[in-house]
Design a protein around this ligand. Sequence first.
Ligand SMILES: N[C@@H](CCC(=O)N[C@@H](CS)C(=O)NCC(=O)O)C(=O)O
Length: 288
Amino acid sequence: MVSTQIELVSEQRCFGGWQRRYRHQSQVLDCEMIFAIFLPPQAAEQPVPVLWWLSGLTCNDENFVTKAGAQRLAARLGMAIVCPDTSPRGTDFPGEHDSYDFGSGAGFYVNALEAPWHAHYRMYDYVTDELPQLVRAHLPVSDQEAISGHSMGGHGALVCALRQPGRYASVSAFAPIVNPSDCPWGEKAFSGYLGDDRSAWAAYDTCALIERGDSRQPLFVDQGLADNFLDSQLRPERLRAVCERHQHPLELRLHDGYDHSYFFIATFIDDHLRYHAKHLGLIPDLES
Ligand SMILES: N[C@@H](CCC(=O)N[C@@H](CS)C(=O)NCC(=O)O)C(=O)O
């Protein structure tokens, strides 16, 4: 079941299109949520394909919008970009706001199984089901979709695509957490949201999903080599190894000197937008 109302919070003209924020009551998360959408100029004429952008720890719907610099090219390509928030909001469970890597701002795109989180922390269903239905019902986007994200959101994007073969035209990620079942961020989040039975964790672990082999969708991943979290949390070599073992198509680009920040994302976001535009069948007007 989908909530039916969305309320415009703000809008700005941007590269001939619109950058907007909307508020709505999420039934899946049982709280009020805000999401951002960039609508390119083409959306005034007809529904346009949509890129889902999943952000990382500590983010809300605004980080990508204000820091990635994606709107200029998205406007030319005719691609909408939707940025969901990263967790339910407005709830106040014990410990929910105490740390940056668990609770608010850190939903990890899972459907929680453990109390008290399971009543609200259902970000997988929110970003793959409720929000797409809501956006399509109210805004000029087509059912063609691609997905990308950063860090916790890179994990989310890869997991959403690998769990739903054939759904997204393409998937990409910046500095994704590729093996959350075996890194400190993931172990903390998954034991809190999913419980101690690690068999439930594999459904949200990119490396485990590639092992399972349900999807053959190519993965496009950028990773900075000066990323503070490279060796402790991200471990792209594990993604490379599992993809090699299973002949899963992977383009993994390692970039000297780039860190974990949105400066890294802003540097390479155009490559990702063009990659998705190609797979979404958009004909880019890239002269000039
Ligand atoms: N706050 C954490 C790091 C959190 C962090 O780097 N978050 C990334 C995603 S994992 C982010 O995008 N932060 C928001 C921003 O840069 O705008 C720390 O200082 O260790």
